[in-house]
Design a protein around this ligand. Structure first.
Ligand code: FES
Length: 323
């Protein structure tokens, strides 16, 4: 087993909800697994040449297994379909070591908001918070009970008092009222959110509206394939033009504007590189951005001339950036 990768055998595959399977992974050679903290993910080499990130959703106190869950996305690029259709019990998958970009920081109380498959990191957090005897509550938003992964577990006595399910039947106006939820806040509360882009935007907007401190609000961004909502557009090549020099650089599919700028020696500050923190906000002087972030609120997306260059692309053939 190489130091920076793991060989994990699929021990069990369990249907968790409509279109969602969980995969229990154990060390292929036996023994115990490297420890992980709640909020961690694995990079999984999926049959067919895909590399996908999946959050660990079991209790981080466990060292004998990792648990991930995958939602089949028929319109995605193929990674989730390959997981569902080609991975069988007994198969050995190569993965990274667990990595955590979404750590559970100390707080006096916690509000967790999960949408759809965004439950996965939250479930791991729920296990940890419950073990610690913390003050926490999870709001879990899905279309229907049938689409609600880990429903029985979260409705069991261990968790039931801490969990509220919200089923909107496909109409977000009938789901969780995020503005009302975030209207009351006690000092020392942290907010964690993971789910489809529209839910994360709503939570971002409500947290700003009710003046939650930025450092107490945490988002986990999934890829477009995982959320199915960040952008419906396929990646196409476009050019970025730098105002100060007039230089033009092509941004091919699969490359971010931020990476292209970096490769050409231009420095843009960044942090999350997932479209959630706002650090890489860059002014657009000409062209039509294809916003793929979860930071800008809907009115800003329609009117402002800024884009987050770590994830957003272009609808036009050219973007002129104020750099
Ligand atoms: S670096 Fe965080 S939004 Fe781009």
């Amino acid at each position: 087993m190489a130091q920076d990768s793991l060989s994990l055998r699929v021990q069990r595959i369990t249907p968790e909800a409509e279109g969602i399977l969980s995969y229990e992974l154990v060390p292929a050679e036996g023994g115990s697994l490297p420890p992980f903290e709640a909020g961690s993910h694995l990079d999984v080499h999926v049959p067919g040449g895909f590399l996908r990130q999946y959050s660990l959703c079991n209790d981080s106190a466990e060292t004998h297994r990792y648990l991930i869950a995958v939602q089949r996305d028929a319109k995605g690029r193929g990674g989730s379909r390959a997981m569902h259709e080609r991975v069988r019990v007994g198969e050995v998958l190569t993965t990274s070591l667990p990595r955590c970009d979404f750590p559970l920081l100390y707080a006096r109380s916690y509000v967790l908001v999960a949408g759809g498959i965004g439950i996965t990191p939250m479930l791991s957090m729920a296990w940890q918070l419950e073990r610690q005897g913390a003050n926490w509550h999870l709001h879990y938003c899905t279309r229907s009970p049938e689409r609600t992964a880990f429903r029985e577990l979260l409705a069991s006595p261990a968790f039931a008092a801490h969990v509220t399910f919200h089923h909107d039947g496909g109409d977000p106006s009938r789901g969780l009222d995020v503005r009302a939820l975030l209207a009351t806040r006690t000092g020392g509360t942290r907010l964690y959110c993971c789910g489809p882009a529209p839910l994360m935007r709503a939570v971002r907007e409500a947290s700003v509206h009710h003046q939650w401190p930025n450092e107490k609000v945490h988002f986990e961004a999934f890829t477009a394939e995982a959320t199915g909502a960040i952008s419906n557009r396929a990646d196409t090549e476009f050019n970025v033009v730098i105002r100060s020099t007039g230089a033009t650089y092509p941004v091919p599919p699969g490359q971010t504007v931020l990476n292209v700028l970096r490769k050409n020696g231009l420095r843009v500050q960044s942090d999350c590189e997932a479209g959630t923190c706002g650090t890489c906000l860059t002014r657009v002087l000409d062209g039509d951005p294809d916003h793929r972030d979860t930071f800008l609120a809907e009115p800003q997306r329609n009117t402002c001339r800024n884009m987050l260059v770590c994830v957003s692309r272009a609808r036009s053939r050219k973007l002129v950036l104020d750099l």
